[in-house]
Design a protein around this ligand. Structure first.
Ligand SMILES: *Cc1c(COP(=O)(O)O)cnc(C)c1O
Length: 388
């Protein structure tokens, strides 16, 4: 049976590693080595120096590529390093059309690092605007996330691929698949050219590593990304590579519970008197629900909501009362986290920009963990009590 025919559940457990031919080890050993002995100059077993290649990292790279349905995978020291590698493609200032509701760190990299170098960026507020910007500018890259952070807007990936390729076959469609993971959606299989990941989140899944990945099916792009990975050198350590493979082994089980818990919490919040609005693609009232239902296996583990009392004080009351949810940045780990986008993850947006995008002081983002559903709901319920 080829890797293609296996289901994602089986691939999560096995992708990237068969037993060690020397020892039979069922897990990839953590190769703590910077260099490799050569028999004669240039005669080696495929590894020369660990910035260029390391067997533990290779196991991870193959695992992520296989899960995404791509042929080539590259791991980086962080999600931002992975995104940065893509921005260096073609060794020239790129023209990029993206979405307004973009991960804050990506927005900062685009605006503060790459725009001063002559790159151009345009941001769309919805699918129609995105289509108009693609047709109008014929950019080098269309950069999308779906669902987005923190408002969980859904982009029609297959539709956008169609629009981009029709505008010009040269346009690359890049999808940051951090929020959905390949368990819920596989953009490369529906025409995207590149997938990037912050594996820090769901792929590694235990809030114990910072790591990124790039996957593609195109040999020409793979060659360039591999070159940049080695030349610029933002590679992850063997230990972090191991932890990420270890995390991927349970991705399917964790995602099922994340999705189940998030759905229950979104339902609970949507009837709560203290809540103004719930953002969750699984709710039929969500703008992107139909597309999400079509392109995703389930709706993910992130839930965002706005308090009726749309103030920092009200948000602070909620945070201070939480017992299971912890106030922290990041997402995608087994433990439930609550986050205040305006002050925490999205502080890199200027205030006017933030408010315009709906990231107000009473907006709260939950990364719903894999604890007991009723315990999580009870925690939120008691934390909201003074606000109802
Ligand atoms: C966290 C995150 C990143 C950045 O990844 P790091 O591993 O923190 O560098 C990029 N995109 C999305 C959607 C993220 O959530």
């Amino acid at each position: 049976m080829s890797q293609k025919e296996k289901t994602l559940d089986t691939l999560c457990v096995h992708a990237g590693w068969d037993s060690d031919p020397c020892t039979g080890s069922v897990n990839p050993p953590v190769y703590f080595t910077s260099t490799y002995k050569q028999e004669a100059p240039g005669k080696h077993k495929g590894f020369e120096y660990s910035r260029t290649g390391n067997p533990t990292r290779k196991a991870l790279e193959e695992a992520v590529a296989t899960l995404e349905g791509g042929r080539f995978g590259y791991a980086f020291a962080s999600g931002m390093a992975a995104i940065d590698a893509v921005m260096r493609l073609f060794a020239k200032p790129l023209r990029v059309v993206s979405i307004a509701d973009l991960y804050g760190g990506t927005f900062r990299l685009f605006e503060k690092v790459y725009r001063p170098l002559g790159y151009d960026f345009w941001y769309a507020n919805d699918n129609d605007e995105l289509i108009a910007l693609i047709r109008g500018h014929k950019p080098d890259i269309v950069w999308i996330e779906s669902p987005t952070n923190p408002l969980l807007t859904v982009v029609d990936i297959e539709g956008i691929v169609g629009v981009a390729k029709e505008a010009s076959p040269e346009i690359l469609v890049v999808v940051d698949n951090t929020f959905a993971t390949p368990y819920l959606q596989r953009p490369i299989t529906i025409g995207a050219d590149i997938v990037v990941h912050s594996a820090t989140k769901y792929l590694a899944g235990h809030s114990d590593v910072v790591l990124g990945a790039v996957v593609t099916n195109r040999e020409d792009l793979a060659e360039q990304i591999g070159f940049i990975q080695n030349a610029a050198g933002a590679v992850p350590s063997p230990m972090d590579s191991f932890l990420t493979v270890r995390g991927i082994r349970t991705l399917h089980l964790r995602m099922d519970r994340h999705c189940q818990n998030a759905k229950a919490i979104a339902d609970f919040l949507s009837y709560h008197p203290a809540i103004e609005k719930v953002y969750f693609p699984g709710l039929p009232s969500h703008e992107g629900h139909t597309i999400a239902a079509k392109q995703m296996k389930d709706f993910g583990g992130m839930v965002t909501f706005r308090l009726k009392k749309d103030t920092l004080d009200a948000a602070q009351i909620f945070f201070s009362r939480l017992e299971i949810f912890q106030l922290a940045e990041s997402l995608g780990g087994v433990e439930s986290l609550a986050n205040h986008p305006a002050i925490m993850t999205h502080a890199s947006f200027p205030k006017e920009e933030r408010i315009k995008r709906g990231i107000t002081d009473g907006l709260i983002r939950l990364s719903v963990g894999i604890e007991d559903t009723q315990d999580l709901i009870a925690d939120i319920s008691q934390a909201l009590e003074p606000l109802a």
